[in-house]
Design a protein around this ligand. Structure first.
Ligand code: SF4
Ligand code: SF4
Length: 178
């Protein structure tokens, strides 16, 4: 019969000799292998104190961006929602009122913007579709949670801190403190 792989190894069925029957050499050999690992570099990382660097192409949690004056960039055009293959994005548009020019960059803004992280496949198409540089995926992953509803991220969860009024939080969100 033809073998399916080249790694086939026939079982040795010959009777065990004296040393094999007492298992001692096998135990010593096993202990030597275990002991040798004490001097090898540890492959494990003590998370969360230590963190591994992400791949340059890693796509994590979304952030809704602001411009350099702290105004929300999103104009609620809906292109990200249309581009999303998982239908994870929902939004409601609103008209900017007089006096709100410092809050919203465009005349229309997202009054509600939600991403369902349980649907999201972190493909990054929303980021690519956005004409306003208003959304991007960071090097942060979605934290674990026990309730499904907590995976629906709204504007308060997604919006980056204001670079004018919350400088420290903005720098931390951008990873400028590292
Ligand atoms: S990363 Fe992909 S799946 Fe997730 S919200 Fe953006 S477009 Fe949708
Ligand atoms: S995030 Fe970008 S693509 Fe999505 S609604 Fe806002 S401006 Fe449009």
């Amino acid at each position: 019969m033809q073998a399916l792989t080249t790694r086939v190894k026939e079982v040795d069925r010959k009777p065990m000799n004296f040393w094999e029957r007492i298992y001692l050499p096998a135990v010593v050999k096993g202990m030597a292998i275990t002991f040798s690992h004490m001097f090898k570099k540890r492959p494990t990382v003590r998370y969360p104190e230590q963190k591994r660097p992400f791949s340059p192409v890693f796509r994590g949690l979304h952030v809704l961006n602001r411009d350099e004056e702290g105004r929300e960039r999103c104009t609620a055009c809906g292109l990200c929602a249309v581009a999303c293959p998982a239908e994870a994005i929902t939004m409601e548009a609103a008209e900017r009122k007089d006096g709100e020019e410092g809050l919203y960059r465009e005349e229309k803004y997202a009054a509600r913007y939600e991403i369902n992280m349980l649907r999201c496949i972190f493909c990054g198409l929303c980021e690519e579709a956005c004409p306003k540089d208003a959304i991007y995926l960071t090097e942060t992953f979605t934290p674990a949670n026990f309730a499904r509803k907590n995976f629906i991220y709204g504007k308060p969860d997604l919006l980056i801190p204001n670079p004018k009024t919350e400088e420290a939080a903005f720098a931390e969100a951008k990873g400028l403190n590292n």
